[in-house]
Design a protein around this ligand. Structure first.
Ligand code: PGA
Length: 252
């Protein structure tokens, strides 16, 4: 049985005060008896204040990115040691905004994955195709390449600390969500690929989140799909009431 995860990616939004208020509102609004994990990923500058705001709850804390090196002359970067030190549980690696805007390659992402796992951070590893790739029937190829290259040389044991997020680039921030059928189809493909690279046990136990314009209005239909184990939520995670509605999918 895979425990569902609802993750909020706050991207480059919110001042320290706003982040603290939002985290507190989410903490106060969550009912403790739901069998699902909730995670929030604020900017680096807000990690500590959010950590404090969610203390005493089961909400998990994630960074949105990290450097693959542990320390050294890497101006502007943040290391896994530093993230671990301030109490991060997770780090998001391979978000399409990192891949496209900041030119992060599969090779860099693989180094980050290895380094995060080595330093005791769990990972949300993001993959997904662009609209051109989908229209050219390249979706499976892209997902296959991203999974194989990004997770190269990761051990079976380490895979238990990794969550995959399927985020079609054309659905991110566009209001154009993948249909539950499109998402389920991609998730089945990813799960098969994980089975091919690793084994059946890992493919059945790994969580695959959907991301891309997840809203309070569409979460129920997405979560009704057998292979969708949660959501990585951007815009809708910036308003406590909306994000709580996503967290509480199918209950209210
Ligand atoms: P969105 O972003 O929900 O605003 O589309 C999702 C993401 O980029 O993780």
């Amino acid at each position: 049985m895979r425990t569902p995860m609802i993750a909020g990616n706050w991207k480059m939004h919110l001042t320290t005060f706003e982040a603290m208020e939002l985290a507190a509102a989410i903490k106060n609004g969550i009912s403790t008896d739901l069998n699902r994990e909730v995670l929030i990923a604020p900017s680096f500058t807000n990690l500590q204040v959010v950590k404090k705001a969610i203390s005493g709850s089961k909400i998990l804390l994630s960074a949105q990115n990290m450097c693959w090196e542990e320390k050294g002359a890497f101006t502007g970067e943040v290391s896994p040691l530093q993230l671990k030190d301030i109490g991060c549980d997770y780090v998001i690696i391979g978000h399409s905004e990192r891949r496209k805007i900041f030119y992060e390659t599969d090779d860099m992402l693989n180094k980050k994955v290895k380094s995060a796992l080595k330093n005791g951070l769990k990972i949300i590893f993001c993959i997904g195709e662009t609209i051109e790739e989908r229209e050219n029937q390249q979706t499976y190829n892209v997902l296959k390449t991203q999974v194989n290259n990004g997770l190269k040389d990761i051990t079976d044991f380490e895979m238990s600390n990794l969550v995959i997020a399927y985020e079609p680039v054309w659905a991110i921030g566009t209001g154009r969500t993948a249909t539950p059928e499109q998402a389920e189809d991609a998730h089945i493909f990813i799960r098969r690929e994980i089975e091919r690279i690793f084994n059946k046990h890992i493919s059945e136990s790994i969580r695959i989140l959907y991301g891309g314009s997840v809203k309070a209005e569409n979460i129920d239909d997405l979560m009704a799909c057998k292979n969708i184990d949660g959501a990585l939520v951007g815009g809708e995670s910036l308003k406590a009431e909306k994000f709580l509605r996503v967290i509480n999918y199918m209950t209210k």
